[in-house]
Write a protein that binds this ligand. Structure first.
Ligand SMILES: CC(C)(COP(=O)(O)OP(=O)(O)OC[C@H]1O[C@@H](n2cnc3c(N)ncnc32)[C@H](O)[C@@H]1OP(=O)(O)O)[C@@H](O)C(=O)NCCC(=O)NCCS
Length: 192
C-alpha cells in the first residue's frame, strides 16, 4: 500500500539520497540536463537557505521511500513542481499520486499558478501533466512547460485538506512530546 506524506526540510537528506540514486536517464529527465552529485548538493543547499520556499512530499511503501514530489516558490508567487520515482517502482501510479497531492496542497493554499518543466522526449510526465489539467506548451531547446492556473478548492476539497494538514501537525506534536518525555526519563536527568 502506497502512502503519500507531506514533509519539510527535516527529511532533506533522504531527498538528496533519492535524487543522487536516480538512474542517469531519470536524472536527465528530472533536471533537464546531466546532473552530478555536486549539482544536487547545490540544490539541497539552496533549499536549506530558503526553507519557506520549498515543500516536499514522499511516497512510501512498507517504510521505504520510493518517490518524491518537490514544490519550489518563485519570486513572482508561482510554484514549480517536480517529481521523481525510483526506477523499479515506476508505472505503478506513484508519480500521479504525488502530483495530485501537490495540486491539492496548492489549491488549499490559494497558489494561483503551478508549472513544471518537462523535456520533449518525456512523454510520461507530459501525459501526467495533461491528466492533471496542466496545459503544455513548447519552450524551445527540446523543453516544454506544463502549467495550470490553480482553481479554488471546493468545500469538500478544502475540508479534506484542512483535516489532512491538521493530522500532520498532530503527528509533529506527538513526536515533540516523545522527545520531551525521553528527556525527562533520561537516566542522566536527576531531580534532587
Ligand atoms: C515521470 C515519473 C515521475 C512518472 O512516475 P510514475 O510513477 O512512473 O507514473 P505513474 O505510474 O503515476 O503514471 C504513468 C503514466 O504514464 C503513462 N505512460 C507510460 N508510458 C507512456 C508513454 N510512452 N507515453 C505516454 N504515456 C505513457 C501510463 O499509462 C500512466 O498513465 P495512466 O495512469 O493514465 O495509465 C517517473 O517516470 C520518473 O521518476 N521519471 C524520472 C524523473 C522525471 O522525469 N520527472 C519529471 C520531470 S520533473
Amino acid at each position: 500500500m502506497i502512502s503519500i506524506n507531506h514533509t519539510n526540510i527535516y527529511k532533506i537528506n533522504d531527498y538528496s539520497v533519492h535524487l543522487k540514486n536516480l538512474t542517469p536517464e531519470d536524472k536527465f529527465s528530472r533536471f533537464g540536463h546531466t546532473s552530478s552529485d555536486h549539482t544536487i548538493d547545490q540544490l539541497i543547499l539552496n533549499m536549506c537557505y530558503s526553507p519557506d520556499c520549498h515543500e516536499l512530499w514522499y511516497a512510501e511503501v512498507n517504510d521505504v521511500r520510493i518517490g518524491w514530489g518537490h514544490m519550489a516558490r518563485n519570486g513572482d508567487g508561482s510554484w514549480e513542481i517536480a517529481v521523481s520515482v525510483q526506477h523499479e517502482y515506476q508505472r505503478q501510479g506513484v508519480g500521479n499520486k504525488l502530483i495530485v497531492e501537490m495540486l491539492e496542497w496548492a489549491k488549499f493554499h490559494h497558489i494561483s499558478e503551478v508549472y513544471m518543466h518537462c523535456i520533449e522526449d518525456n512523454k510520461v510526465i507530459q501525459h501526467l501533466a495533461l491528466k492533471n489539467a496542466l496545459a503544455t506548451r513548447e519552450r524551445g531547446y527540446g523543453e516544454r512547460t506544463a502549467a495550470i492556473e490553480v482553481p479554488e478548492p471546493t468545500l469538500f476539497e478544502n475540508n479534506a485538506q484542512l483535516f489532512k494538514e491538521q493530522a500532520e501537525i498532530m503527528a509533529e506534536i506527538a513526536e515533540l512530546r516523545m522527545r520531551l518525555a525521553n528527556l525527562w526519563l533520561s537516566p542522566t536527568h536527576q531531580i534532587n
